[in-house]
Design a protein around this ligand. Structure first.
Ligand SMILES: C[S@@+](CC[C@H](N)C(=O)[O-])C[C@H]1O[C@@H](n2cnc3c(N)ncnc32)[C@H](O)[C@@H]1O
Length: 270
């Protein structure tokens, strides 16, 4: 499939339902609906707070790339950041705008946009943040280049992308390939064909470092701490115990599904 067709499929997938809203029973766009989304998300993904550190960006100009239903985006606004957000889909923009309105918040801008071609001038943002987005875009390298471009020299970049060498990725391989007799199907192909939108990718830490080489950034931190998804939080206790044991053996900070990447854009030399 060519890259433009793939991007259209990604857009169609996320335009049907923004992520994190699929299990919510409350009436769409009500206060209860948004509360339920937020409560569930931070129950399952509490690490978002430690990573984003929303309240440290009071008064700062930030861009969130791929806002989805706007759960993290609302945190930036609540924390007093001058927040801009983009997403590939109208559904995400609708969710986020309605959400802001219901809580009485005001953002700087929330628009449809493509991470591979950001419609912002160079060097604008104190922080560019993107959680679980750019691995869905056909050209992840282009997204990274764009994110670095729009960040101010000295500004921060915080990204989460999927880790291919993770318990969750191996679990997906076991379920989708091995148990269906497709033992030669790779983890990469399993994720590409079966993980959320079509064409989802997951990376190793060294692949990420390669994508960053040549860009004007310093790496502060890259790690992949085990998450509730790796520990199969929705499975029976015996399976969870097995996942927990594997995490302890293989390295708690290495085999998590969420690879968090913190960068600083280099200051310009005078
Ligand atoms: C898994 S959701 C994550 C949403 C949100 N960051 C969150 O954590 O809830 C992925 C989102 O990325 C968006 N997305 C995918 N490719 C994109 C691109 N090239 N540019 C902007 N958004 C994109 C999708 O529309 C979808 O809303």
């Amino acid at each position: 499939m060519n890259q433009q067709l793939l991007k259209t499929s990604v857009q169609k997938y996320w335009n049907k339902v923004s992520c994190g809203t699929e299990f919510i029973k409350d009436k769409k766009f009500t206060h209860e609906y948004f509360e339920a989304i937020e409560q569930f998300r931070y129950l399952v993904e509490p690490e978002v707070f430690a990573f984003a550190q929303f309240t440290r960006f009071y008064g700062k100009k930030i861009l969130e790339v791929g806002v989805g239903a706007g759960t993290d985006f609302v945190q930036w606004v609540r924390a007093g950041a001058m927040a801009h957000g983009i997403d590939l889909t109208q559904e995400a923009v609708n969710n986020t705008r309605r959400r802001l309105r219901i809580y009485g918040f005001k953002a700087e801008s929330i628009t449809i946009g493509d991470a591979e071609n950001l419609r912002f001038d160079e060097g604008q943002f104190d922080l560019v943040y993107s959680w679980g987005v750019i691995h869905h875009s056909p050209d992840t390298q282009k997204c990274i280049n764009e994110i670095v471009r729009v960040t101010k020299p000295g500004g921060s970049i915080k990204l989460m992308i999927y880790n291919r060498r993770s318990l969750f990725a191996w679990y997906r391989w076991l379920k989708v390939a091995f148990l269906r007799g497709k033992v030669f199907k790779s983890v990469t192909d399993v994720l590409f064909d079966n993980q959320e939108s079509p064409g989802t990718k997951a990376y190793t830490i060294s692949e990420v470092k390669k994508m960053l080489s040549g860009l004007p950034v310093d790496v502060k931190n890259i790690k992949a701490t085990v998450t509730a998804h790796d520990l199969l939080y929705y499975k029976p206790a015996i399976i969870k115990f097995f996942a927990y044991t594997m995490a302890c053996i293989l390295g708690w900070n290495k085999v998590g599904w969420f690879m968090t990447i913190e960068l600083f854009k280099k200051e310009k030399r005078s």
